[in-house]
Design a protein around this ligand. Structure first.
Ligand code: ADP
Length: 596
């Protein structure tokens, strides 16, 4: 009885301990070849693990990509063995920790284990990546690491976008071997395989090596398989979520104790999967599919048309703004100029109205002066006649001369006034043959009072033998007096000793007649030179600014030219010039003045 109860207790304890320790653990393995021996090939690993685990019952499940993902989603799995790309992709959504990395039994170092190879038919005209443009290419899945993603990276590194530049992608799903049938039958132009698959299939006698070749073969010293891509670490063994530390320790120890000599897949301590992260960031895959994973260049590339549009919009806006600014400045300047001109016109009009008033006053004055002047001339002539009758002596002679001068000056004054009236009435002035030197002298005589008053001396250098010219005496006098008055005005600031006018006349070698009025004043500055002949342009406080514009008109009507220019040393020279042939066609009737 006692022995029976002890046995029962022992059995219960055994059952309890078995019940306590036999926790089920599920290991999901990515079934990439979908081969019937898939499960078998992992069985040694499973056995080795199971041996190293006490109190756990390990179950192996071969799952394809989506099934593996679903199992994770429902929390079915405790451990996972999958390809590096799938691991990085899953790590976005699940807490996965690599416990070990599978070793390639044929090749060291462990971080160069997984690659990709592209096969084309031996006779195909495809020799480089660029030849894949517009071709049909087959792969198992866009999520296959060695079976697709590594080749997509190779294409992008050569400026080829897998979606845009390849004619068509055919994703067949696993098993990978079926791609070779598509290639052989000509249904596709190229296939993407995980590296070493062709070699394995050849070794298994399931693939002939004579009808295909590798596209863009890469050389990695010692790597036993043909390659078209870079190499990455092999598959990781991952723990899912938070596992008890004791379990993790047992799993890791069991994995690290596997040896390839025993025919087992061998595991090493976990390697860094950073190169795979970098690759996914380049390809904008997995955790890097969103904005956060995009590099600036990738963003710019993605939104290039929008950015281009923004840049064009900005440039157009800037151009419009600058154009508006330029237009505003130009219009403002034009407006200011117009206002300035309008102010000047206003002043000119004021001047003009004063000038026309002055004309009316002068007409009236001339009319009024005409009668007294005629009377003075008549009286002077009468006195002259009476004086002739007196006995001739010195006094009589002097009185007679005085009366003659009086009559002559009175006549000249009357004549000037007559011409002035004619000028103001716009009558056509009478031209006559004149000696220019004589008119010069007359002008000086008329200016005598002003010259004396301003203490200006006059130096003469007259030619004395100039050809006669046919002009209006009064008009020529008017011009000369104007030039003389300007010359006198220009010297008011000088000391009396320097106030000298030089009057000269000459016949040039070309036969031109020249009359010069030169002064020692300040001369003409740039602005004055440009605006000299503009009506109403003056630099004098009491000036009208009409003198020179009038003189120019008159001289041009007389067939001559008028220049004002700076003298070499100082002062200004006003020059009237008639060309040799100016009066050639005119008939000379007044023989009295002929001096040639
Ligand atoms: P106004 O004598 O009433 O000013 P003008 O038409 O005769 O009008 O002269 C215009 C301007 O030309 C003068 O205001 C003066 O600035 C300049 N000018 C004319 N002659 C001389 C001269 N000999 N020396 C310096 N400036 C002169």
């Amino acid at each position: 009885m006692k022995r029976t109860s002890v046995g029962l207790v022992a059995l219960m304890l055994l059952l309890l301990s078995v019940g306590l320790q036999a926790r089920d653990l599920y290991l999901g393995v990515l079934d990439w070849r979908d081969a019937p021996d898939g499960l078998e090939s992992w069985q040694p690993t499973l056995d080795a693990l199971q041996q190293g685990l006490s109190g756990y019952q390990l179950h192996l499940q071969m799952l394809d990509l989506s099934a593996l993902q679903q199992a994770l989603a429902v929390g079915q799995l405790d451990f996972v063995i999958t390809n590096p790309g799938h691991y990085v992709e899953l790590s976005r959504d699940y807490p996965l920790a690599p416990l070990a990395t599978l070793l390639n039994p044929l090749f060291d170092p462990p971080h160069q284990a997984v690659g990709s190879v592209v096969l084309v038919r031996r006779d195909a005209a495809i020799h480089g990546w660029q030849d894949l443009r517009q071709r049909r290419v087959a792969a198992v899945s866009p999520q296959a690491f060695g079976g697709y993603q590594l080749i997509r990276d190779q294409l992008e590194q050569r400026g080829l976008n897998a979606e845009q530049h390849i004619g068509e992608w055919l994703f067949t799903g696993y098993p990978m071997e079926q791609l070779l049938l598509l290639l052989q039958s000509g249904e596709v132009d190229a296939v993407v395989l995980r590296s070493c698959l062709p070699e394995t299939l050849i070794a298994e006698g399931r693939l002939d090596a004579d009808w295909w070749r590798v596209l863009e073969p890469q050389k990695v010293d010692g790597y036993p398989c043909q390659l078209s891509s870079d190499l990455y670490p092999d598959w990781p063994f991952l723990s899912v979520g938070i596992q008890p530390p004791d379990l993790l320790r047992q799993v890791v120890v069991a994995l690290l104790q596997t040896h390839s000599e025993q025919g087992l897949p061998e595991w090493s301590a976990p390697l860094s999967y950073q190169p795979v992260h970098t690759l996914f960031a380049r390809l904008r895959l997995g955790p890097y599919a969103g904005f956060s994973g995009h590099s600036l260049l990738a963003l710019i590339h993605t939104y290039r048309y929008f950015l281009l549009f923004l840049v064009i919009l900005f440039v157009a806006g800037l151009a419009h703004y600058l154009r508006v600014q330029v237009l505003i400045r130009r219009r403002t300047a034009e407006l200011q100029l117009a206002m300035q001109q309008s102010r000047e016109r206003q002043q000119e009009l004021t001047h003009l109205s004063r000038f026309s008033l002055m004309g009316e006053l002068a007409t009236g004055l001339a009319h009024e002066l005409n009668q007294p002047l005629t009377a003075i001339v008549n009286y002077a002539q009468g006195s002259q006649r009476l004086l002739q009758k007196l006995p001739a002596d010195a006094i009589q002679q002097q009185l007679h001369d005085a009366a003659r001068h009086m009559a002559a000056q009175g006549e000249r004054a009357a004549e000037i006034i007559r011409h002035l009236r004619g000028f103001l009435r716009k009558e056509v002035p009478q031209s006559e043959w004149l000696d220019p030197d004589q008119v010069f002298c007359e002008a000086i005589e008329l200016m005598e009072g002003r010259l004396r008053q301003t203490e200006v001396k006059v130096d003469w250098q007259l030619c004395g033998a100039l050809p006669l010219i046919q002009v209006s005496r009064v008009e020529l006098l008017q011009v000369l007096i104007n030039l003389l008055a300007n010359a006198v005005d220009a010297m008011t600031q000088l000391t009396a000793a320097r106030r000298t006018l030089l009057l000269s006349s000459r016949l040039t070698a070309e036969g031109n007649i020249q009359l010069d009025v030169e002064d020692h004043g300040e001369g003409l500055n740039m602005e004055v030179q440009q605006r000299l002949f503009e009506p109403f342009f003056t630099t004098k406080a009491s000036g009208m600014g009409l003198g020179l514009s009038l003189c120019l008109n008159l001289i041009e009507q007389m067939g001559g030219q008028l220049f004002l220019f700076n003298r070499e040393m100082e002062g200004c020279c006003a020059r009237i010039q008639w060309p040799a042939d100016a009066f050639a066609g005119m008939k000379r009737e007044d023989g009295e003045h002929k001096n040639d």
